[in-house]
Design a binder for this molecule. Sequence first.
Ligand code: MG
Length: 159
Amino acid sequence: MDIRIGNGYDVHALATGLPMWLGGVQIPSENGFVAHSDGDVAIHALCDALLGCLALGDIGHLFPDTDPKWKGVDSKLLLREVVDLIHTKGYKVGNVDITIALQRPKLAPHIGTMRQTLAPILGVTHDRVSIKATTTEKLGFVGRQEGCEVWASALILKD
Ligand code: MG
């Protein structure tokens, strides 16, 4: 059996008055992420995990932030492109696991919607999409509400 694993990590800074997109879902918040794209830091970490499975580089390489094509782009489109790439290499997604560190707002009410949103893009059922959220107990840049940190793991299988 040919299985591959990958991990991804991303950080985005928070600023007032910007929309907050996380896991493909808009979260009601007075703060949002500073970014060239929509700033969905969870999807970015997930894309890097998937790309890592096949040593395909990272999303900065695939979708450079110097390219106006990706300005304000819905990160779900980037994830779709990455999944397509995995498929063209003859693999399918097995499961993914994402951990989001954010001080506030509380993400628990949105986790289910995120899983339901990402699963069809990944081509899996939502029970193969794990999303966990934690605060950092007010410690560090996450705790000071300066930014959000996300770790993602992915497993893919030869189709
Ligand atoms: Mg990013």
